[in-house]
Design a protein around this ligand. Sequence first.
Ligand SMILES: [Fe+2]
Length: 433
Amino acid sequence: MPMATETLADYSLSIDRSPQNDLTGRFRRIRRQTEELCRPLAIEDYGLQSMPETSPPKWHLAHTTWFFETFLLSRFHDGYRPFHPEFSFLFNSYYNAVGPRWARPERGLLSRPTVEEVYRYRRSIDDEVSELLNGPKGRRSEVVELCTLGLNHEQQHQELILTDIKHAFAKNPLRPVYRETPAARGDAPPVSWIRFPQGIVEIGHQGPEFAFDNELPRHRALVHDYLLAGRLTTNAEYQAFMAAGGYQRPEVWLSDGWAAKQTNDWNAPLYWHETPDGWMQMTLAGWRPVVGDEPVCHVSYYEADAYARWAQARLPTEAEWETAAGQPLAGHFLDAGNFHPLATPASDDSGPVYALYGDVWQWTASPYVPYPGYQPAAGALGEYNGKFMCNQMVLRGASCATPRSHARSSYRNFFPPEARWQFAGIRLAKDVK
Ligand SMILES: [Fe+2]
């Protein structure tokens, strides 16, 4: 557990720059980074759960640890005995094959184990995993494979720790600050439209590096001539949609989207508030003005789709997005420590399409369904991705809360179309007429 004497001045992220073949180093660094993300929290924050879809930081810390204990230590560490007999029930997220579990909406009721005990749990499992990684080389490839999966899982929860605590802090009228960051300024360049030709393209993961099973197999897809916006949609552009009555015009909304807008009384992105001084927003750095040149964020798929229709454009398919994504990984990731999307500088030289990665995940027009020939992993880990392939939409790219080493062009993030608490925004596409 972090020492009470540590201050924000001591706070710095330990960036995962470990060589891919130094698995023990990567394990230590990524596990430590999760705890560093919790360092700005007060003890009272660790148990907060502000809605059924979010989890308390304490639960994230324990659940990621349970993942290593269940899928690595229990299988490969001879004579391993669980740290606590009830932790599998408390910290199993959704694996039916592992056994029964505590209800997700009630994770915030778990005042015990204490935060201190959860950190002891992490220490214990970290030591056991390190011992396993440095031990006899039997079944080495399976150990490496499952440890790597556990680390990628841990990185997914690093992002969730940030999005979930942001949601919880936004419910507090005191508007807590997670971490002070300087208000970044930048000018969004004019939108340029990049043209891509029709053809049969290949999408999906290839190569020896890690990928989740939902990124496989690599396969062919057909794209027609299309244009992709060279940058993300900005707050100013979204405010024009609002000013034009976008939230009052059912003709630009999908039927389900209009129903969600009415049920939830949406009139602006999540965390935006209209004040006499203009639009303000809750950020992880506290209460800030909405900056026109920053990418719009915290919109649902339904809002992204309605905005696109109003703008006489559409959202890209994931095949279109991935075809355009063959440029270096550059952008504002978690590692930068801003935890907020930033305006793309006009000098960004990452490629013709700015901010493909980092800042905000980009909603696509593609439903989250299996690729042709998809095969989930055998056993309980087959539940990791496959059973969610219904009623969700794919998001591409990465966000300001995604670790850079977790991003790649074939990554398929997915959320229900009404979800707004992730760092999700808009990149437009158009047909070539
Ligand atoms: Fe998980």
